[in-house]
Design a protein around this ligand. Structure first.
Ligand code: 5GP
Ligand code: MN
Ligand code: MN
Length: 478
């Protein structure tokens, strides 16, 4: 592997060599860079740079780590006319994402009741790998979910009309076509709407711990000591199956193209081909399922909070701050070399970071830029940031999505041997309830990078700006 070229304190270039069509750019700092060099991420960034139609740079955010084919924490944009789309560039959990709600409550209102509250949340939020939800879907209804996303959930009593406005893409990607979804995927989706899923997914009660940007925080409805609810989940078994089905399909298809893929997980189709369009129509279905899922789960959480604390909706005052996706391919317009161009932006473990004035933003955030939600880990912190103009210029309007893994699940289990991670957290005042047998070990804070460093990189590079930090108080994990 060629030497990386340091551009400034936050940017390193992976120069164009071999089959690379564009250079790689890695947003990181000196100490995190060492970890990136040790695993396979650099080769993956270079591999992505060789795919047809890639524009400007193969990008990696500071939370980058090795994934299947494409890194997690990677961003790549392809020309809409001459580029490819790849299921591996989106990932298995299509539209995995984060939703944050604010409340009228302060820490003092819940501290003494926290244990009951987290127990009630745990009992009422279905979690674990194959868990089933409270919503039973007929095949017809499931198809409607796939086509309309959040709207279906709101129309069926899960949440408010206004929630739609505070959701990326208004909770629905166009052109979703359920006829592209296999029977197996439909079957997996039937009973899983309104479920959290496994280990890395969570519902967290967080406290606003520090405000970095008073004005923007106010526009987002956030203030110090406030209780917030953060939710992280995606499209469950349905999305996984869509990815699996289309990866198999693309692995065959790519053999007919004049494209060398150095890794089968990079298999792809031209965006303009029938195969490429079919994937995008199926991906939109899974994305819409994920939005309905998060909409339903947040509504359940609201119910539990009201009942458990014995307060009215007004007293709770729960409002959706925003819902973002971090595993997706999107058709977007970007300015490249001074010209407007339609591109397909793959964000796999990366969050959209659109600036003030962008037409995709709802009225409430037109003047601020979009809220960017970045979970850290269950023992440290999470951040709310805001989108910037620099992101538009450099990263196709993208930034990081989390702390990113430092240890593989296996390595984390080894490192946690003999420790009672939940006790360590409880000693810090953080209550955790979990389902998976290995969750506490695999998900312990040491398994992730230092979120403050990750966020300082994206803030320093100005591809998003810090608004507020949240501290975990109670977490329900899958
Ligand atoms: P991913 O979608 O890549 O699995 O996870 C996104 C990010 O969520 C991870 O990189 C990690 O930083 C963060 N994360 C995972 N578990 C938790 C948790 O329990 N609480 C919080 N606040 N963040 C978490
Ligand atoms: Mn995720
Ligand atoms: Mn996920």
């Amino acid at each position: 592997m060629t030497e990386l070229k340091k551009l400034d304190d936050y940017r390193w270039e992976l120069p164009k060599t071999g089959n690379m069509l564009v250079p790689g750019i890695i947003y990181t700092n000196q100490s995190m860079l060492e970890a990136v060099k040790k695993e396979g991420a650099l080769t993956q960034i270079a591999n992505v740079a060789s795919l047809p139609g890639i524009l400007k740079n193969s990008l990696a955010m500071p939370d980058v780590h090795q994934g299947y084919g494409f890194t997690i924490g990677g961003v790549a944009a392809f020309d809409w006319k001459q580029g490819i789309v790849s299921p591996g560039g989106v990932g298995y959990d299509i539209n995995c994402g984060v939703r944050l709600a604010s409340t009228n409550l302060q820490e003092k209102d819940i501290r003494l009741k926290l244990s009951d509250l987290v127990n009630e949340l745990y009992r009422n939020i279905p979690s674990g790998i194959g868990s089933k939800g409270s919503v039973k879907l007929s095949l017809e209804d499931e198809k409607k979910v796939l086509v309309t996303g959040s709207k279906w959930a709101v129309e069926h009593g899960f949440g408010e009309d206004t929630d739609i406005e505070y959701t990326e893409e208004y909770g629905c990607l166009p052109d979703a076509d359920p006829s592209e979804i296999s029977d197996k995927a439909m079957k997996r989706g039937k009973d899983q709407l309104g479920t959290l899923g496994s280990g890395n997914h969570f519902l967290e009660i967080g406290i606003v711990d520090e405000i970095f940007d008073e004005k923007t925080a106010r526009a987002f409805g956030l203030y110090k000591d406030q209780v917030t609810i953060m939710l992280h989940t995606g499209s469950r078994g349905l999305g996984y199956q869509v990815c699996d089905d289309f990866l198999a399909f693309m692995k065959k298809h790519v053999k007919s193209l004049p494209v060398e893929v150095p890794d089968p997980h990079l298999s792809c189709a031209m965006i303009q081909s029938e195969q490429g369009q079919r994937y995008l129509r199926a991906m939109a279905c899974a994305a819409n399922y994920a939005w309905a899922n998060r909409q339903i789960l947040m509504h359940h959480a609201k119910d539990v909070l009201m009942k458990s604390l014995n307060i009215s909706p007004r007293e709770l005052g729960m409002h959706l701050v925003y819902d973002v996706c971090h595993n997706i391919a999107k058709k977007e317009e970007h300015i490249i070399d001074g010209k407007k161009r339609m591109v397909c932006v793959h964000r796999k473990g990366a969050t959209r970071s659109f600036p003030p004035g962008h037409e995709a933003l709802c009225r409430a955030y037109k003047n601020t830029g979009q809220p960017v939600l970045v979970p850290g880990d269950m023992g440290t912190a999470s951040y709310v940031l805001v989108g910037t103009e620099t992101a538009m210029k450099e990263t196709f309007g993208s930034t990081c999505h989390g702390a990113g893994r430092l240890l593989s699940r296996k390595a984390a289990k080894k490192a946690a041997k003999g420790r009672a991670v939940y006790r360590e957290l409880e000693d810090k005042g953080i209550l955790v309830r979990w389902t998976g047998r290995a969750t506490m070990a695999e998900e312990m804070p040491d398994a992730y990078k230092d979120i403050s460093q990750v966020v300082d990189v994206v803030h320093g590079a100005e591809i998003s700006r810090k608004v507020a930090r949240l501290r975990p108080a109670a977490v329900v994990k899958g």
